[in-house]
Ligand binder design. Sequence first.
Ligand code: APR
Ligand code: ZN
Length: 369
Amino acid sequence: MRAAVLQHAGQPVTIEAVRLDPPQAGEVLVRIQASGVCHSDLHVRDGEWPRPGPFVIGHEGAGVVEALGPGVDPATTGLTVGQAVALSWYAPCGHCPACRAGREWLCSDSGSSRHRMSDGSTRLHRLDGAELYPYCGLGTLAEATVVPASAAIPMPAGAPPEVAALIGCCVSTGVGAVLKTARVPAGASVVVIGLGGVGLSVVMGAVLAGAATIVAVDRIPAKLARARELGAMATVLAGTDAAATDAQIRDLTGGGPDFVFEAIGLAATIEQAIGLLPPGGTAVLVGMTPFGVRAAFEVFPFVDGSRSILGSNYGFAVAALDFPRYAQLYLDGRLPIDRLIERRIGLDDVEAAFDRLRAGDGLRNVVTF
Ligand code: APR
Ligand code: ZN
């Protein structure tokens, strides 16, 4: 099959013919239909997150089950040949303390975080036999993948594969940050900094939560326009004068918002998010920085004003419960996930999509197969 291979961080991804082994016990073979190009793929591509590769990259994907490995029970998993699935990039082990507490996004023994199958092996090889590894246990920028059954989540009938793919990463990350991590109450004021696939999903989540004020912030005007279409009531074009940007945001939120979501992963905007909080306010950090990045804030007013900072990984997703819910909200017209998609591209266009992502140019690019 064809796959996008990252041999060395910092060098272009190449499209190669690779070998995919059949599913083993507890695994399924999924024919990929759509895979988004997410900023997390770019972090790895650019070497900002050193990982032990070489990889087939991609972790925001969806497709159709093509084969079940031994022991995968259709009755308990909902997985049958031909079933449409969205893929989770954090397959829970099911038995660690976090999994047993229902907090699978904190699973301490997920093969996904090691970019391997749960037993440490891989189903991906070069034609000469050399091992390749599935990024986040998925490797969705390829025509097919073999994943643990717990990573393949059945989708309701009618959910398009592009929509299911985005549910697998940016939608769950952004919507879940609002509904699950922060539990934003109806009537709250919300600021979202950074309007990529993740930040625009935060905007959609804030709409679902019934936020009274949603202010969307980005440095690219076209992103602001899309945020308004998705329900942001006001927008701020982030300029070079940070104090002026902050003043505009404070004006629009009666002195400062109840919740600020940072959806970029930059020290400057993380510090900005914390600095915007009024007493009692909460900053929710969703964007992932390169390794080693630190942020600073003045402690006395933070404590004196009983402010909070929350870290939110994967929107606290419990994939088997949340993915079908997000898909149903899409089908009911309440979560317009398709509006995040700017263009459908081919596998050969992944590097061009990375260039656009680096420049902040346009919305989600989705590879369709
Ligand atoms: N001020 C305001 N907006 C900015 C700034 C800035 N200084 N720098 C970048 N942005 C905007 C970009 O214009 C873009 O719209 O932030 C947005 C980032 O979006 P994407 O690059 O599409 O990233 P996305 O895939 O949404 O992921 C965001 O979440 O999961 C993590 O690893 C992921 O760190 C990444 C973050
Ligand atoms: Zn992602």
